[in-house]
Design a protein around this ligand. Structure first.
Ligand code: HEM
Length: 298
């Protein structure tokens, strides 16, 4: 599977857009999920906040094209975007019912079919977890993930939180235990929200693998990619669900939002340790990116 370079987030990473997309402009990433600078050195942060249930999975101008993209992926590449582990059907259905209830739509389907149906009501990806095994550890049991940032749901099935995050350098030291505690204390009536950011050289929302090498020459061709993630308990099955809404904007447009935004990004990129920059596929671009960003940030 090779990346095919294009500028249309709703076209898979390995295909060319079927129509002329030259007029496409990405939605500005919502201000409330932009990264902030905390402290003066790099650290993975929990950054979880309580969310009013009415604000759980809001829609916007990119909701419709994202759902259209999901519909096509589910039609043509279902195995790459849907995952179900043995014993996960009941938690998948419970998660689906919560989404259907939020959207005010009756849910007919059952099991993972219900999760697929629910995934087409919102732009967000859905990962479902459930306590399994002798130790009743929370593991991934189901998901519909159409906007993966270089991972796939199939490879995460049956993994606990620490195993899911194994590719993330410094995760265990910085937030490993705090994530487990947060997951154990989740509530159904009060979702939590957090966000993360990265910079990528391809804009496709559906991007289950990393490219084998750098895709662009110039930092102005990069995209900034952010996820609005929510966490919510599933009281009937004792599980929990994780939703991921992915946004991306060309870095040139992002930086043009203002000096504060550019300056925060500059500091965050500058302080990334090499191992984390490598994980984010940014190591190759970091120096050129910092040199380009500096005049906007200072
Ligand atoms: C409050 C909780 C959480 C925190 C603090 C957290 C933190 C992180 C961080 C720092 C990364 C690296 C992303 C980056 O910096 O570019 C990451 C990646 C990831 N997280 Fe989480 N996470 C949390 C909850 C979850 C949950 C509940 C799931 C559900 C299964 C999950 C699934 C993932 C996946 C699949 C990746 C990508 C891993 C890969 O590259 O293979 N996270 N997370």
């Amino acid at each position: 599977m090779n990346h095919v370079l294009h500028q249309h987030p709703f076209t898979p990473f390995d295909q060319l857009p079927l129509e002329d997309v030259s007029a496409f402009r990405a939605l500005a990433i919502p201000a409330e999920i932009l990264p902030i600078e905390i402290g003066d050195q790099f650290r993975h942060r929990m950054g979880t906040k309580s969310l009013d249930t009415s604000q759980w999975l809001p829609s916007d101008e990119e909701t419709e094209p994202t759902i259209a993209m999901k519909r096509e992926l589910l039609r043509l590449r279902r195995d790459e975007v849907v995952g179900l582990a043995e014993g996960g059907s009941d938690a998948a259905e419970e998660a689906a019912k919560l989404i259907a209830e939020f959207c005010g739509v009756p849910m007919q389907a059952q099991g993972v079919g219900a999760l697929v149906e629910a995934s087409l009501l919102v732009a967000d990806d859905i990962v479902v977890m459930k306590p399994m095994g002798d130790e009743q550890q929370l593991v991934v049991v189901a998901g519909v993930v159409c906007s993966p940032s270089r991972w796939s749901i199939q490879t995460k099935l049956n993994s606990n939180m620490m195993a899911v995050h194994k590719p993330v350098p410094q995760y265990a030291d910085h937030v490993g235990k705090a994530v487990d505690t947060t997951m154990a204390r989740l509530r159904a009536d009060q979702p939590m929200v957090r966000s993360n950011w990265t910079i990528e050289d391809h804009c496709a929302l559906f991007q289950p693998v990393a490219p084998s090498g750098p895709l662009v020459q110039d930092p102005t061709q990069l995209w900034i990619r952010m996820e609005r993630q929510t966490l919510r308990a599933l009281p009937q099955t004792g599980g929990s669900m994780f939703t991921i809404r992915t946004y991306q904007q060309p870095i040139t447009e992002y930086v043009a939002r203002g000096k504060d935004v550019a300056s925060t990004l500059y500091s965050l990129v500058k302080r990334l340790p090499d191992d984390v920059a490598k994980y984010k596929s940014m190591l190759h671009y970091r120096d050129a990116l910092l040199a380009w960003l500096e005049p906007f940030a200072k």
